[in-house]
Every structure is written in structure tokens, then in C-alpha cells.
Design a protein around this ligand. Structure first.
Ligand code: A2P
Length: 396
């Protein structure tokens, strides 16, 4: 029997294929094909040079093995294999004066709440407007990874930005502004476009302070095409952070009901990662209804789907699967009405709705039906939840 050894691997579900590790490896042990980035076990000497440069942390994976996984195995993976039992060997290895244009945009995005939005009582205090159009932060692109299938009609990118030495304190649920280069049709400098961050406050990679965004390429969209075409190393001008109400309660017992479509999943991903990194299963739990056209247009990372239901219960809903009826988030919420009624009757529940403006009406109608089924008039409940900082809408 071979002596067990610790093999260095890369998690294909988290890796954004920026190839920084490959470029950093001093001995050429890392290589890639069209599918994956892999580590050659015959070359890697565990020097660790590649570990700190990875923007996502996907590089820091180890398995104790008797026979190392070969390159062909690793190229074929869509996820990492579980750690196998190895004889008696241990497993797991030891291994505020806001720009009026921005203020108007934010107010418009939040108007679906039906009144003045408030932050959750236990939310952390956000920093806002630290970097402005006149004095933007300079970020560099660490990665640009297509989240949707290559042949999907939807092109959604996971963009990771690093602020190098600058402080950019952003909380989950906040937005940042990206300033496209050049001028508009009238010859004026481009204004920033707002995007919700999809990473938690301590960084896309824990403790690295880098920030991720989910950006959908829009037909003739000046900013979205600029962002979706960014290359690693490109410099980007950033304003913000913005937003002081669509925030996560710090109270670990708060129960979250999250409803989103498409890139509206960005803040929900940030909330989920924050809770996963802090309270984990000991939280009040989260329930998410997530609408997309089809599974290949789902802007979400696999690992979050694998979280235990005690932390996150996910309902994926698809509208354009050939041969299947169109389903919207509000339809599935109706199917799950008992669970939602239970949430609506709990004063610890916070509701977050983010994505297409068009879904507001349908979601409101469903919430009205469910609330009324338990004898509660929805409009009154919604207004009191909003005033208590427990009802948040961000639509566009
Ligand atoms: P549809 O197939 O009808 O466009 P997008 O990919 O455009 O960002 O949309 C994300 C998801 O939101 C899609 O499944 C889309 O369905 C769905 N959607 C569109 N309109 C509504 C609506 N009024 N209510 C709920 N979901 C909607």
C-alpha cells in the first residue's frame, strides 16, 4: 500500500479560471484545459506560492490520498471528490451627502417597499459615499467568470475586484458604482451604474477584502458590456459604497425570506456567505425563492446549493424549460404557502425582494393571499414590517 500523502487540488466549482495560480507557480505544476485548472501531482512540491494570489480561495483544497488523482481525473471534475477514509490516517488534511443622481436611483430601486425603507434594527452601520465621481476608488479586476452556460442566451458574469491598499468597507446588500470610460451621446463623462455586491463584508475570499458583482450583459448596455468584457488586471473606477437599508440583520436568530430573479441573487449570495462564515447552522435560517429562465442561466455557485437546509432552503424556479410549464417565484411561493405563512407570523422574519421590477406585483399578490389565509391583512403587515426594518425591496 502507498504511503498516504496530502495532494493539492483546486475546487472547480469556485475557481473563476483567472489562471493567476498557473502564472504564479514557479515550477509549472498548474495547468488548464477548457474545463478546469488542475495541479500536476508529479510536479507540485506544495511550495504554497499559489495560495495567497487566488481571488476566491478555490486554490486552498487538499485531500489525503494513497494514490494521487491524475490530471485526467481532475480535468473531468465538476466538483471535488469527498475526502476518502484512508486507513488510520487523519482525514481532511491539516491541511453622506449623496450625489442626487445616485440618491434618485436608490430611491427608485427601493420604492416597491411601499414607503420609506428602514434598515434592520440589528444591522451593522454601513459606510456610504466614501468614493465619489470626482474622487473614485481605483480597483483592479481579479477575475471575470461566466456564470451561465457558454451556449445560454443569458450572459451573466461573476466579476471580482480588488482595491489593493485602499479601504473599501462594504456590507452585504450594499451597492457600488462602476464608471464606464468615455462619454455619453451628449459628450458628457459617463455616470456610475449601480451593482449590488455579491460577496460578504470580509471579502469574496475570506479576509481578503475583495468584492464580487453579478453583472448581466444587456443588449447595447454601455456599462454591462464594458464590465462583462473586462480582463484580469484592468483598472476600474468605483464609487460608493451606497445603500443604508437593504442590509442583513446581525441578529443570528432573524429568519430571512429571500425572493429574487436573475442577478437579483447577488445580495442573497452575500447574505448567505456571511451567515455561513459566522453563525452557520445556529442561525434562524434562510429560505430563498430564486427565479431564472433555465438551470443554464442560473447565476449562482454550486456550493451554496449544497448548504444544509437548516442554513438555507432553496427553491429554484424556471420559466423557460422546453416542455415544462412556465413557473415564476410567486407561483412556487404559493405552493409553499404553509412555510411562508409560518414566516409571516414570526416577528423575527425579514423579507428581501430583489430583481426584476415586473415580479413585484405577482409577489405582492401572493403575499396578500398567504397573509389573508392566516387572517392578516397584508398591507398592514407589510407597512409594519417595513417600519421595523424587516421588509426590503430592490427592483430595477
Ligand atoms: P421569463 O422567462 O418570463 O422572462 P431575466 O433572465 O430576464 O433576468 O429574468 C429572470 C427570471 O425572472 C426569468 O425566469 C423571467 O421569466 C422571470 N420573470 C420575468 N417577469 C417576471 C414577473 N413578472 N414575475 C416573476 N418573474 C418574472
Amino acid at each position: 500500500m502507498n504511503q498516504p500523502l496530502k495532494q493539492h487540488l483546486i475546487d472547480p466549482e469556485i475557481c473563476i479560471r483567472c489562471y493567476t495560480c498557473e502564472m504564479t507557480c514557479p515550477i509549472g505544476a498548474i495547468q488548464h484545459d477548457d474545463n478546469n485548472v488542475v495541479v500536476d501531482p508529479d510536479i507540485c512540491d506544495s511550495c504554497m506560492d499559489c495560495i495567497p494570489v487566488c481571488p476566491t480561495g478555490s486554490i486552498d483544497e487538499w485531500r489525503v490520498v494513497e494514490t494521487p488523482y491524475g490530471l485526467d481525473d481532475q480535468y473531468g471534475w465538476e466538483e471535488l471528490p469527498e475526502q476518502q477514509e484512508i486507513g488510520a490516517a487523519s482525514t481532511g488534511g491539516d491541511a453622506e451627502a449623496l450625489d442626487p443622481a445616485i440618491a434618485a436611483l436608490l430611491e427608485d430601486a427601493h420604492k416597491g417597499a411601499g414607503g420609506k425603507a428602514r434598515a434592520p434594527a440589528s444591522a451593522a452601520k454601513p459606510t456610504i459615499n466614501m468614493y465619489t465621481l470626482g474622487k473614485p476608488a481605483k480597483a483592479n479586476v481579479q477575475g471575470n467568470f461566466r456564470l451561465t452556460a457558454a451556449d445560454s442566451e443569458t450572459d451573466i458574469r461573476h466579476i471580482i475586484l480588488t482595491f489593493q491598499g485602499q479601504t473599501f468597507p462594504v456590507l452585504e446588500g450594499q451597492t457600488i458604482g462602476i464608471i464606464p470610460p468615455g462619454t455619453d451621446a451628449d459628450g458628457n463623462a459617463q455616470l456610475p451604474r449601480l451593482y449590488s455586491v455579491s460577496s460578504p463584508r470580509d471579502g469574496e475570499r475570506e479576509n481578503f477584502g475583495n468584492v464580487s458583482l453579478s453583472v448581466k450583459r444587456e443588449d447595447r448596455g454601455v456599462a454591462s458590456n464594458y464590465i462583462c468584457d473586462l480582463k484580469p488586471g484592468d483598472e476600474v473606477m468605483v464609487t460608493g459604497p451606497f445603500g443604508s437599508t437593504f442590509l442583513l440583520p446581525e441578529d443570528p436568530q432573524a429568519r430571512l425570506l429571500m425572493v429574487c430573479t436573475g442577478t437579483g441573487s447577488a445580495p442573497m449570495r452575500a447574505f448567505t456567505m456571511r451567515r455561513e462564515r459566522t453563525v452557520g447552522n445556529k442561525s434562524g435560517g434562510m429560505t430563498m425563492f430564486f427565479g431564472a429562465r433555465s438551470p443554464d442561466s442560473l447565476p449562482y455557485f454550486g456550493p451554496l446549493n449544497k448548504l444544509p437546509a437548516s442554513l438555507l432552503r432553496t427553491h429554484m424556479v424556471f420559466s423557460r424549460i422546453p416542455g415544462a410549464p412556465k413557473e415564476y417565484v410567486q407561483d412556487r411561493m404559493m405552493v409553499e404557502q404553509e412555510a411562508i405563512a409560518d414566516l409571516l407570523s414570526d416577528p423575527k422574519t425579514h423579507i428581501y425582494i430583489c430583481g426584476l421590477r415586473g415580479m413585484e406585483e405577482g409577489v405582492e399578490k401572493t403575499l396578500t393571499n398567504i397573509a389573508e389565509s392566516i387572517g392578516t391583512p397584508w398591507a398592514a403587515l407589510r407597512d409594519s414590517m417595513r417600519d421595523e426594518g424587516r421588509y426590503h425591496v430592490e427592483t430595477y
